[in-house]
Write a protein that binds this ligand. Structure first.
Ligand code: IPD
Ligand code: CA
Ligand code: CA
Ligand code: CA
Length: 265
């Protein structure tokens, strides 16, 4: 299948999955917890992951899938083609708000991002990118990010990191809260990356994200010139959970140098 056909295939699969998620609102959703009481998962997260995997296995037998709910493959290296899937990114929002969550999908070849899709299911908004072919918000091409400064930036970050915590020096984070134009916390890493690529926010910072949270968004971020790394400035981790900062290229360095002060790295 060539890239155009694959793009059409993926879009139609994502739209179908979105339809299923919207329909799930009509019946009871069963909510479980995973690592702790606020780490939620539902039958819908699992069913949507299985839906994608069924199609991928049938139509792309040589490809591997790295999915959050564990129905895909065990991925320890990124050779060949790997689909990185988060069936619902923002499960807490899905359960409590019934909005502000997304399907996130990134397609990587030998570790290089080729295609990225983030689907805001309730608003029927699709953000996507093909490496070298630009990033799009529905049919609108997203423009390269323009230079900005911390004082004119809107930063996506959980408010927790401006309170005493074991990950970062919260005094530096508080300084960021004061010196940035505004802070936002949307509760879906994938949507926050889509907003960064669309220029609606200028940076997104997280203490711990997994490969499927960022895989789709990274392809999009790249296409508009955003820069992403972990807190040590190394490339974003596509195999394990890690710290993460993606930002407009004119503030990424400043965020790392002046405002994000990790305690253990
Ligand atoms: C979560 C969301 C959230 C982020 C968490 C992720 P999930 O994904 O992206 O915004 O802060 O770290 O785990 O579990 O809802 O797919
Ligand atoms: Ca989860
Ligand atoms: Ca996620
Ligand atoms: Ca998820």
């Amino acid at each position: 299948m060539d890239q155009h056909a694959m793009d059409r295939y993926i879009k139609s699969m994502i739209k179908e999955a979105g339809h299923r998620i919207r329909n799930s609102f009509l019946s009871d959703i069963s909510v479980d917890t995973k690592a702790h009481a606020n780490d939620l998962v539902t039958n819908v997260d699992k069913e949507v992951e299985k839906f994608f995997i069924r199609h991928i296995r049938e139509d792309f037998p040589g490809h591997r899938v790295f999915g959050e709910e564990g129905y895909g493959d065990t991925i320890e290296e990124l050779s060949g083609i790997v689909w990185m899937l988060d069936p619902i990114d923002g499960t807490m929002n899905f359960v409590h708000q019934r909005r502000n969550f997304a399907i996130s999908l990134g397609i990587y070849e030998d570790g290089v991002g080729k295609m990225g899709y983030i689907y805001d299911v309730v608003n029927d908004d699709l953000y996507y990118a093909v490496a070298g072919g630009g990033a799009y918000y529905n049919d609108e091409r997203l423009q390269p990010l323009i230079e900005t400064d911390i004082s004119e930036s809107i930063i996506g970050m959980n408010a927790m990191w401006a309170t005493p915590n074991r990950h970062v020096e919260h005094e530096a984070t508080i300084r960021l809260v004061h010196e940035a134009r505004g802070m936002r916390s949307y509760g879906s890493a994938a949507l926050e990356l889509a907003y960064l690529a669309s220029g609606r926010i200028d940076a997104y910072i997280s203490m711990r994200l997994s490969p499927w949270d960022i895989a789709g968004g990274l392809v999009m971020a790249n296409e508009v010139g955003a820069v992403a790394s972990n807190f040590s400035g190394q490339p974003a981790n596509l195999l394990k959970s890690d710290t993460f900062v993606a930002a407009n290229p004119s503030i990424h360095g400043k965020l790392l140098e002046d405002y994000i002060k990790p305690k253990h790295i």
